[in-house]
Design a protein around this ligand. Structure first.
Ligand SMILES: [Zn+2]
Length: 359
């Protein structure tokens, strides 16, 4: 980032071993290409481009779309120090801010700075005392606290949703796709299960297979987004956290951050292509699920300042002042809902621990 300004490795292994995920399938459901809905809006977009303005700026009346990307376990000081030209390009349209995870210390909402609890806090807009995910294993999410995909499908069944993920449990367990007690909704586009395919992606030293999976996941996400433009997508990439656990702070971790930035760049490129082609107003939010310990960078889970301090990069031009006042991971759900124009039903809204940072 150019500034204007999981616990131990063995427990990560347990995460893999202790959770039975999906079938290891990779599939993309239902292909539908949405064309430009308004010739006038498209003409206006072309004019904006011709005027030399940023291609990612959308026109009024354009169809809202949203993507959130989690790049696992990158502390704010690292993302600010390492060269990340693609994140810089997104922030040049919108903004970068430091953010926070972990919930209120010493209160019921205090949430471990651990991966799965972090993802759950993002997708439900609540802390762990509500979503009930405190670890990466033995998962028993409380589905009474609806996630953003369930809300989107419930409020507008026509919305198309996608997940592109290096960890299958995000879809099958945390979000509870297809589970009757989790609302029995389905993704329209899925690319996951690769980490369970030991033939295609055999375990390699230093998590090299995870790097290959992240690469594929980001390619598939970019392809589907550019081709079909799902209304709401989650992209989850993991390699940085694996490297953090193995190497801690240093050159190897920095290189992993550089590499993951190129993956984010693919997504951003697909978004810009969509906005140049269709009358669409894309929101992209890139964040991380926790920082790392200050001593070595190998650990996380506690509530030190470095473990709690994260960051958000977004292209949004509708940011409220509170975006620059340490927004929290639980603020992302209501912010995306606001951008999409999805009304959060009262039975969900009254439990949210976050507030929108998008007007
Ligand atoms: Zn993590």
């Amino acid at each position: 980032m150019k500034m204007p300004s999981h616990i131990s490795g063995s427990r990560r292994g347990c995460w893999r071993d202790c959770i039975s995920g999906g079938s290891g399938s990779y599939f993309v459901r239902r292909i539908s290409v949405r064309r430009v809905t308004s010739a006038a809006a498209y003409a206006a977009l072309v004019l904006v481009g011709a005027a030399g303005m940023l291609p990612a700026l959308a026109v009024a009346g354009a169809t809202p779309k949203a993507i959130f990307i989690i790049l696992d376990g990158i502390p704010a000081d690292v993302i600010e120090r390492v060269s990340t030209p693609n994140l810089d390009a997104i922030a040049a349209v919108g903004a970068y801010a430091r953010a926070q995870v972990g919930g209120p210390i010493g209160e019921p909402g205090e949430t471990p700075t651990v991966s799965a609890p972090g993802y759950m806090s993002l997708v439900t807009g609540t802390w762990a005392n509500k979503h009930n995910v405190y670890e990466n294993y033995n998962l028993s999410p409380n589905y009474d606290y609806w996630n953003i995909f369930r809300v989107a499908k419930a409020m507008n069944p026509a919305l198309k949703i996608g997940i592109f993920s290096t960890w299958t449990d995000n879809r099958t367990v945390l979000l509870g796709e297809g589970r009757p007690n989790a609302g029995d909704w389905r993704f329209d586009y899925v690319a996951d299960g690769f980490e369970e395919d030991a033939i295609r992606f055999p375990q390699q030293p230093l998590a090299a297979h995870v790097a290959l999976i992240d690469n594929l996941v980001s390619q598939e996400a970019a392809r589907v987004i550019e081709q079909d433009g799902p209304d709401l997508s989650w992209i989850y990439l993991q390699y940085t956290d694996d490297i953090g656990h193995q190497y801690g702070d240093g050159e190897v971790f920095d290189k992993a951050v550089v590499d993951i930035d190129t993956h984010a760049g693919r997504i951003w490129s697909a978004v810009m292509t969509r906005q140049e082609t269709y009358s669409e107003d894309w929101l992209i939010i890139v964040t991380t699920d926790h920082g790392r310990d200050a001593e070595t960078g190998r650990e996380h889970g506690r509530h030190s300042e470095r473990e709690r301090t994260t960051w958000i990069v977004t292209n949004s031009t509708r940011l409220l002042p509170r975006f620059k006042q340490m927004p929290e991971i639980v603020d992302i759900f209501p912010s995306i809902a606001r951008h999409l124009g999805v009304t959060i039903p009262d039975n969900v809204a009254r439990h949210l621990d976050g507030l929108t940072f998008i007007q």
